[in-house]
Design a protein around this ligand. Structure first.
Ligand code: NAD
Length: 296
């Protein structure tokens, strides 16, 4: 298939690489530099999203946030200007579910299809082609795009209509943030009580409190390794989407708001680019105690 890929950053570059290895012909665009490895393996660099859309049948976007998707799709020389009926736009960025519905409507007006297909699994999952992909859109478009998604991910679910993929991703980010907060509180509590947090984590791993976040981020907290990974500023963006939507939907998300405040405290202390497990450091500031310090 002729596939367009727009946004070749930490996530997009390895994802596009899997499509290329799967035998697809790539047409690439990024406002920054295009990856040499993809170009030398036969991908075509394009001067605009419009050019990508005129040459590809399926156009994937993987850019940071809602305004970037808006500009890639509907800005000057954007994807919308190069579309013709029958093409499919697949936005894999994590962005606003509400804006997504509007973007989908505007793309469909051109006789095209739109899927929102954000991912979970981080740069590790992007490189390993093991991403979880949460899709919103029509069954027909999903069936056409599924072979491409299968080259990039493992757990691929059509959740519902346009916007539902992004809603699922926001739900994912709420669970991840609150679980990081819970693991951080628990390990800080245990350390201040005088127990070895590494042994506490190991003891809890088999029980009801076990989770991937206790496993991976619990270990990061104990080793004090806050190199990203997934940056706090990106998680702030996702919780902002949750809190804004909650206001529009008139639903209260009290602990999501707390987690956002803790991320804000990290950012205020120079931590916007820490890994999101660094939320622990905000809790440590409140406790005036660091995991690894002795109580005695
Ligand atoms: P990134 O900043 O590394 O890459 C984004 C790329 O998009 C950059 O190369 C940038 O130049 C390009 N870009 C920005 N605006 C553009 C435009 N208008 N037209 C063309 N190109 C444009 O970001 P990333 O880490 O790859 O994240 C991309 C998306 O995936 C985000 O929505 C993020 O929340 C989500 N995500 C990231 C991770 C992760 O661990 N990094 C995990 C899951 C989901």
């Amino acid at each position: 298939m002729n596939v367009g890929f727009i946004g070749l950053g930490i996530m997009g570059r390895p994802m596009a690489g899997h499509l290329q290895k799967g035998g697809h012909t790539l047409f690439l665009y990024d406002i920054g530099k295009l990856p040499d490895d993809l170009l030398s393996a036969g991908a075509t660099g394009c001067a605009s999203g419009k050019e990508v859309a005129s040459k590809a049948e399926i156009i994937i976007t993987m850019v940071p946030d809602t305004p970037h998707v808006q500009s890639a799709l509907f800005g000057k020389e954007g994807v919308a200007e190069g579309l013709s009926p029958g093409k499919i736009v697949v936005d894999m960025s994590s962005i606003s579910p509400i804006a997504t519905k509007d973007f989908a409507r505007r793309i469909k007006e051109r006789g095209c299809e739109y899927l929102d297909a954000p991912v979970s699994g981080g740069d590790v999952g992007a490189k390993a082609a093991s991403l979880t992909i949460m899709v919103g859109g029509s069954q027909q478009a999903f069936d056409k795009v599924r072979p491409l998604l299968e080259l990039m991910g493992k757990n691929i679910t059509l959740v519902g209509d346009n916007g539902d993929g992004q809603t699922t991703k926001v739900a994912n980010q709420i669970i991840v943030a609150l679980t990081i907060e819970a693991v951080g509180e628990a390990l800080l509590f245990a350390a201040k009580a005088g127990a070895d947090p590494a042994k506490v984590r190991a003891a809890l791993m088999g029980g009801f409190a076990s989770s991937r976040i206790l496993e991976v981020h619990g270990e990061r907290m104990i080793k004090r390794n806050f190199d990203p990974g997934f940056r706090i500023e990106l998680h702030q963006k996702d919780l902002n989407l949750a809190l804004q939507s909650a206001r529009q939907l008139q639903v209260s998300l009290p602990n999501t708001a707390n987690c956002q405040e803790l991320f804000n405290a990290c950012a205020a202390n120079g931590g916007a680019a820490w890994d999101h497990s660094g939320m622990l450091r905000a809790l440590e500031l409140l406790a005036h105690f660091e995991i690894g310090q002795t109580t005695g």
